[in-house]
Design a protein around this ligand. Structure first.
Ligand SMILES: [Zn+2]
Ligand SMILES: [Zn+2]
Length: 347
């Protein structure tokens, strides 16, 4: 049996291993084998590596890690219709069941019986990955592979931002990790102004500047609400995107949102967060909870934005490492001194 390289979470506990395992050759009628070109490391991959509480409950080793990738179709099952050998593809990581109420009514991204690539199945930190055709999305080969490999988190940014009208609107984004930084690029491309970023970590403050935020506020040094009101002539922002998972960012952001504005929450919080619903009522705010990406509306938008260079992700994709250097990537992420780390799996 032919072998391939794979970064394997081989047992519970901290760490993972670069090993050789058999290439998956058995394809079900609607499965596809993709040769992985680039794969990017997600926060959840770091959690699996570190073996935090979530990973301990969710992951069943041994399992190949990774879920954000781009590659080329090299083999297809007998009944595959959406892609062909040679296609350049990316993949939605939420695998919908295609049977439940949500899947049948155009809301596959909130499937009741969803599986997650690289969490419930073998992932993309390998020379080859086997996926159902239903998650694949063809991309224009002109899009740099490094950028294609981060289209999944870019999709999070697009989904979170585009539930609101953006053109000419003032936007506050709290939490400038890679997705927050991508949201800066997306809202700027959509014509939002001003785009205000709030972040406390020095590396990320710099990233917010480089990606083009009009203002960057460090809430540890300045009063976030006061500063936002000052910038917006006392009105507050039209659109607030919460991406930090920090309760005080959520509270301050809501305070800094103008009456009738939109609040879109992608951040995930440790435990319950108290919220003054009366504020939402009396300010007449529209609040969206965001999970995943719309399939495949968000992916289409991401493709167009990258193909026509509406967003430039070079300030976000800060490191491209050889697959062998994967552990260095985990270290960079642990130390918080990177944006997106992309692994070069194959040329
Ligand atoms: Zn991810
Ligand atoms: Zn479903």
């Amino acid at each position: 049996m032919e072998k391939m390289r794979a970064i394997l979470k081989e047992k519970p506990g901290r760490g993972a291993l670069l090993v050789e395992i058999p290439i998956p050759t058995e394809l079900a009628p609607r499965e596809v084998l993709v040769k992985v070109k680039r794969a990017s490391i997600c926060g959840s991959d770091l959690h699996i590596y570190q073996w935090n509480e979530w990973a301990r409950e969710r992951i069943k080793p041994p399992q190949v890690m990774g879920h954000e990738f781009t590659g080329e179709v090299v083999a297809v099952g007998s009944d595959v219709q959406l892609v062909e050998i040679g296609d350049v593809v990316v993949a939605e990581t939420h695998i919908p069941c295609m049977k439940c109420y949500q899947c049948r009514t155009g809301k596959m991204h909130v499937c009741k019986d969803m599986k997650i690539l690289g969490v419930d199945t073998d992932g993309a930190f390998a020379d080859y990955i086997k996926v159902p055709e239903s998650v694949l999305w063809k991309v224009d080969p002109s899009i740099p592979a490094e950028f294609a490999s981060v289209m999944e988190p870019l999709g999070n940014a697009i989904h979170t931002a585009t539930v609101a009208k953006l053109t000419g609107k003032s936007v506050l984004i709290t939490g400038i990790g890679p997705i927050g930084a991508m949201a800066v690029a997306v809202t700027k491309a959509a014509g939002s102004a001003p785009v205000i970023a709030a972040e406390i970590k020095p590396y990320r403050i710099e990233m917010a500047r480089r990606i083009g935020a009009d203002y960057v506020i460090n809430p540890l040094e300045e009063d976030l609400v006061e500063r936002v009101l000052e910038i917006t002539n006392g009105n507050g922002v039209d659109v607030f995107l919460e991406m930090s998972g920090n309760p005080s960012a959520l509270h301050q952001g809501i305070e800094a949102t103008t009456n009738g504005g939109t609040v879109s929450v992608l951040g995930v919080y440790n435990g319950k967060v108290e919220l003054d619903i009366n504020t939402i009522v009396f300010k007449a705010l529209t609040v969206y909870g965001i999970t995943g990406r719309e399939m495949f509306k968000t992916w289409h938008v991401a493709t167009q934005m990258l193909k026509y260079k509406q967003v430039d992700l070079s300030a976000v994709v800060t490191h491209v490492l050889d697959m062998e250097e994967w552990e260095k990537g985990m270290e960079l992420m642990e130390r918080g001194v990177c944006g997106k780390v992309v692994l070069k799996i194959n040329d």
